[in-house]
Design a protein around this ligand. Structure first.
Ligand SMILES: [Zn+2]
Length: 456
């Protein structure tokens, strides 16, 4: 068994007790964590292929992203000043022109950006499937595999076009039958339920205003028949709330409950506009939340009631969201903004602290993805997804507390990131792909998409 030994670093385990070591060690054996503790690693270990001096560093679990739309990498910086519905209407016509090479390069770039910043478990919610565009989900899966990152691919869908009272144009939607068939096929082809799985599939109709009630219902039945998780957008804006009240005579959470969409196998992005009853329903059913503070601010959607969600026991993770509404595309900003933006809300006394922010970005994310027994904390027996952050440089060396340095400081350089025991970042650079090549190819595909969209 090959072992990697990391010593002389601060360690934030993010276990149930929040155990930390000012000077500790982590031992990786194969793809598992073998030992995590104070002081040097146990003596006399066999098969040590690498010994790392972590002086000046903090070791944490790898970051877990719980909401994203990779394809949006090609449409960053557009519709800068619009709210959600106008922003969507402005971008749908361009998005409806994506094809497989575009999605592949957008996925590579999105993943590279996150992985370089300490994400070890990514997810993507892809819901735009233009006819004849190729194998878009397959392109994302290929990109994640090549980069060596753990991945949840949420097969999205939209079937409620404009002519049926929905928001997306008719040419951007699928039929219910097409969406369900392709989603089932994605699960059958790709989903790996094993403990050390590198790839899971989730069933993910897009939102109440782009999906019919029938598709929501059928998707929930499909996911439960297959034993996979459910994901969608929920309670993001006041406009969505209004849409649900007008169309269904109830708010989004009641609508989700009526369609079988609350449960411990479900997580939803945003959940900004939640009443006390909505929060209680999420807590009662174990429904999870992907909190996306930067995107919510960018689209002026509002501020999620994270302290109330946590106090009620709702599982909460963090999400970048698509990079058309969060151009930075990395998760550190979400740890920082979850704390900072949250403190602007009405909850000063209950606002997040730096350790809670780190927990949301690691264990909390693992929990909403249903993987809290496998990843999300540094504990012996769990999978070796970990990050060694360099905190002795210009940006961080005078910040007293390493966790505060990580969360409140500038994005920390990643000296080493392991996924499943394998290095994906070394010395701040990706080891599994060429960043400059990814940047160039993504730019070329973004230009090609802009040209095609302008011509149609
Ligand atoms: Zn989203």
């Amino acid at each position: 068994m090959n072992r990697i030994v990391i010593e002389n670093c601060a360690v934030a385990t993010v276990d149930a007790h929040g155990t930390e070591h000012a000077d500790g060690h982590v031992v990786v054996a194969g793809n598992r964590l073998e030992s995590v503790g104070a002081g040097p690693a146990p003596a006399g270990l066999d098969g040590v292929v690498r010994r790392i001096d972590g002086t000046g560093h903090l070791a944490t679990p790898g970051l877990v992203n719980t909401h994203h739309h990779f394809y949006q990498w090609l449409t960053r910086g557009l519709a800068q000043d619009l709210g959600l519905f106008d922003w969507l209407v402005a971008l749908y016509p361009t998005w409806a022109r994506i094809d497989e090479p575009m999605v592949y390069e957008a996925a590579r770039a999105s993943l590279a950006m996150m992985v370089r910043g300490g994400v070890t478990c990514a997810m993507d919610h892809h819901y735009v499937f233009p006819r004849g565009a190729g194998d878009l989900l397959g392109a994302e899966i290929r990109a994640a595999r090549e980069l060596g990152v753990r991945f949840t691919a949420a097969r999205g869908s939209m079937d409620l076009g404009e002519s049926s009272g929905g928001l997306p144009p008719d040419f951007a939607v699928e039929t219910i039958e097409e969406a369900l068939r392709a989603t089932e096929e994605a699960v059958d082809t790709h989903h790996d339920p094993s403990f050390d799985s590198m790839l899971r599939i989730a069933v993910a109709p897009c939102s109440p205003f782009s999906v019919s009630t029938e598709l929501l219902r059928e998707a929930a039945l499909l996911a439960r028949r297959k034993g996979v998780r459910l994901h969608t957008h929920g309670s993001e804006t006041v406009e969505e709330e209004k849409f649900c009240h007008e169309k269904f005579g109830m708010g989004p959470t009641d609508y989700f409950e009526s369609t079988g969409w609350l449960g411990e196998d479900v997580w939803m992005a945003h959940c900004v506009h939640m009443t006390d009853d909505d929060i209680a329903a999420f807590a009662r059913t174990g429904t999870g939340v992907a909190h996306c503070p930067s995107s919510n601010a960018r689209l002026a959607a509002g501020l999620a009631r994270v302290p109330d969600l946590l106090a009620a026991g709702v599982p909460v993770g963090l999400g970048v969201d698509g990079t058309a509404s969060n151009e930075s595309g990395e998760l550190h900003t979400e740890l920082r903004n979850a704390l900072l933006v949250g403190r602007l809300g009405p909850h000063r006394e209950a606002a997040l602290n730096v350790r809670q922010a780190l927990r949301l970005g690691t264990y909390g994310g693992a929990r909403v993805l249903g993987r809290q027994d496998e990843i999300g904390s540094l504990e012996p027996g769990k999978l070796a997804d970990l990050v060694l952050w360099k905190l002795d440089g210009l940006g961080h060396s005078t910040i007293a507390d390493p966790v505060a340095a990580l969360v409140l400081g500038p994005p920390a350089p990643v000296t080493l990131s392991l996924v499943n025991g394998r290095p994906v970042v070394e010395g701040g650079r990706l080891v599994t792909a060429d960043e400059d090549d990814i940047a160039r190819r993504a730019r070329d595909e973004a230009r090609r998409l802009a040209r095609i969209a302008a011509d149609t």
